[in-house]
Design a binder for this molecule. Sequence first.
Ligand SMILES: Nc1ncnc2c1ncn2[C@@H]1O[C@H](COP(=O)(O)OP(=O)(O)OP(=O)(O)O)[C@@H](O)[C@H]1O
Length: 305
Amino acid sequence: MEKWVIVNPAAGRGKVGRLSGAILKAARQEGAKAFLTEGPGHATELAQRAPEGARVVAVGGDGTVHEVLRGLAGTDKVLGVVPIGSGNDFARMLGLLGLPWPKALELALHAPEEAVDLGWVNGEPFGASLGIGFDALVAKKALSAPPFLRGMPRYLYALFAVLKELSLPEARVFVDGEEVYQGPLLLLAAMNGPMYGGGIPIAPMADPRDGRLSVVLAGEFSRMGVVLILPRLLLGRHLSHPRVRAYAGQEVAVEFAHPVPAHADGELLPEASLYRAEVRPLGLRVVGGRAGVQKGALSPRPAGA
Ligand SMILES: Nc1ncnc2c1ncn2[C@@H]1O[C@H](COP(=O)(O)OP(=O)(O)OP(=O)(O)O)[C@@H](O)[C@H]1O
């Protein structure tokens, strides 16, 4: 079986770039073909070029994983991950955080594979998360934040800029063909894993092997309501809020009168007024943490050490 390692030097705020020489060398020593991405979209092209049945390892954060996933979803290629990004929610979903990179690479190249559910939305695959509405608006706003703002300050700038001009779209939401909500919508998350946004537990109950998407919907919220629910969201205690609803299903459709932003695994999607998401149960072959746990290979050391 061929093994390809795709390294995004821009991930982890430059950390992967600093480690890239050592990562490429280690991968080649293990008999893998190793590549540095040259820009956005390149990881998808590389993953598409890998032969059928190959194991393709993404080295970076959720953006890198998503790009590789776009290149291999629906094939029998196997996805491995070495999580060294600033957002690593897909790796977190697989139980892969907490390994120094050489160990994570060894696991990704040699551990047995397993299967997890695979999400699709409007023809685009997602591994951990689909977010429609507020969180995607914040991600979009962050793209135009002043360049000197990075990390959390950049996120907070975008958050408050979106809050300032908050206007909720009217939506209709269908789960497995049944209309479950009609009204103003702050956000809808259709989740395969429990977290998005770099560790925000939006759907603590999500299980990537249950054959369903966990849907969390926040309806009509005022600006102050958004600010007040944020601490509860960060603690995963938002589901009991009266304006928050949770569902699970194999198909989710969200209809708006106008296009509304959405993201898949944190990457902005083409804006649409209709999002149709579905899950392919155990439709993605991955190298996850379970095999490593069984072999005793996981340790509690910090990631990327
Ligand atoms: N060679 C490159 N130069 C610049 N950007 C690149 C390159 N290769 C890939 N990218 C882009 O880098 C982006 C960030 O990657 P990724 O999300 O994996 O890292 P991250 O540190 O987790 O970033 P984020 O803070 O966005 O979560 C991706 O959207 C990808 O398109």
